[in-house]
Design a protein around this ligand. Sequence first.
Ligand code: GLA
Length: 383
Amino acid sequence: MHALQSAGIRPVLLWFVLAGTACRAISDTAAGASPMKCEPFGTAPSGESVELITLTNAHGVELRAMTYGAIIVSLKVPDRTGATGDVVLGYDSLAGYVSSSPYFGAVVGRYGNRIANGRFTLDGKSYTLAVNNGPNALHGGLKGFDKVVWSADTAHTARGSKVTFRYESKDGEEGYPGTLATSVSYTLTDANEVEIAYVATTDKTTPLNLTQHSYFNLAGRGDILGHVLTLAADRYTPVDTTLIPSGTLAPVAGTPFDFTAPHAIGERINADHQQIRFGGGYDHNFVLTRPDTGLALAAVLKERSSGRTLEVRTTEPGVQFYSGNFLDGTLTGKGRQVYQRRSGLCLETQHFPNSPNQASFPSTILRPGETYRSRTVWKFWAE
Ligand code: GLA
């Protein structure tokens, strides 16, 4: 692709399959579409080559995502002066993501968040998963969707430039039943939105809970304690010391979990509250107050110095607000930034943790013949 472009060949519509790789890109510059790029980004531990896809829009927003983990590697958005800055944590190269990453930018699955004791029962059969987070299974297992190589296709659509990642998870992979065909697409629109759309089908009944684990820092540096957050949630799911929900939906009113009106994240993060202690800060699922099953507001995040604002809408019933409590200064990321405690925060739109073991929670079970669909939209602007 890049070789053709540098040779000055710009056909109206050209499919070009990169030999030996999964990445296909379209060049459609004559139609006035924003440019897309697909380039090599190293080799995964499996020996598979990894591709990096760059999407841009008319306002200089740039999203880079790679086939390893369908990871969003960088996301550059303007501040109030128009200067673009990278608002997600991560690494400059593949090596960092492979050697040590707390799910920076990744799609997590097959089951994002925790399953108590790594066990669940489905249609009378018991399943055992690897336990990788205290006594629990977290984020899909030892080699979850964040650590596999996906294929990628790019396309120009009416909404914007789009990359679609696909991965087929084998029957029994990480202990989960059924061959699962999964896709996730990122579409960058000219309204400065990133639309994330997941689709999946299975040949055996399986739990499924996909989410995007980007760590945001709208200033591009420092910690997130001054970021101001609003959550469209009047209840949350209190947890035990291992972060498994008790099953009750507790009101946020009168607690440090009340973000129904805007609050700086640092304001109550050290409050003397049992749930704050259990989470080491915020690491909780919020129950979204939604009018219907369509896209509904989940969160608004504002950062004063840059003016950057992120609005999150989703079709999911919950959002895990994680305030980066486990970052501890041992990881050095992009541009040699040392990621200290709370230098980024996640807003993981999802179903509730441990749903396979909690009959009262919205179901996370996908059956053969059904199609799983989930959508989340991040919209950026500066004030
Ligand atoms: C999620 C979890 C956190 C933590 C991070 C990854 O947000 O809820 O407890 O495991 O992922 O570090």
